[in-house]
Ligand binder design. Sequence first.
Ligand code: 13P
Ligand code: SF4
Length: 307
Amino acid sequence: MNYAEEIIKLKKEKNAVILAHYYQIPEIQDIADYVGDSLGLSKQAASTDADMIVFAGVHFMAETAKIINPSKTVVLPDLDAGCSLADSCPASGLQKLKSSNPNHVVVSYINCSAEVKAMSDIICTSSNAVKVVESIPKNKEIIFAPDKNLGRYVSEKTGRKLLIWDGECEVHVEFSNEKIEQIQIAHPESKLIAHPESQQQILDQSDFIGSTSALLKFVQEDNAQEYIVATEVGILHKMKQLAPDKKFIPAPIYANNTCACSECPYMKLNTLEKIYNCMKNEQPQINVEESTRQAAAKSLDRMLSLA
Ligand code: 13P
Ligand code: SF4
């Protein structure tokens, strides 16, 4: 079966929209209606008039789409597409931290469960985390969950002291300084660009730090010809499309895996076949308990209205 063709037919039949993250495999990015970062995807989910949202990403992203659009059918091609960062912050743990610090404002990175969103005051993504923290009055103390690397980066950028949850993304903490330095010796004109979920020693060496969409904008506008890219390797597909004359080298990781670069095992669970099946069967669907959804929608709306 030609899955790409069948998916396009199903899109019309079901009035469906396919939203894909930059970390998806190229074949999925190429059939998506919209490819973007977490902020862009949330905005698309908020503005779509489709009846069905097919989320080619991970669970927390599809859940966010359902929180914003309770009346629409939201499907995720593989329910096992989770996120180590979201998993590092159970709602019960955050509740304890909140109880010990009852006057703190809770800012949560969008990579978290609906329950964590529901107990947060405002959500942020890597695109707007600095702006979200700056929007909180200076006399307020802040809990930042769940990513400690993004939290430290935002704290440095804003000069705000944050009470940071000890969570991390298993993909972005894997980059090897030593291997990156070897590439820099072989490619002395290259620039190192990194996602703020990466560890401090990588960020300290980077020429530019930003969300996936900020990295894409940077490589188009900057005058270098070669970049070492410290984020999930899926983004190279869009980088090559948008800046075809430049060279992109995925930042290597400590361990050797199939491509010696950083792949998110959850993002990579999605395939064209699974997208076809979830559209055809309208399963697996994402649903969120109503009181949790309403509370989570408030913290997401606060973020979306900031833009
Ligand atoms: P952004 O695309 O928002 O930068 O997020 C990266 C990420 O890790 C998504 O899971
Ligand atoms: Fe989660 Fe990291 Fe994968 Fe993003 S790259 S979905 S933060 S595990």
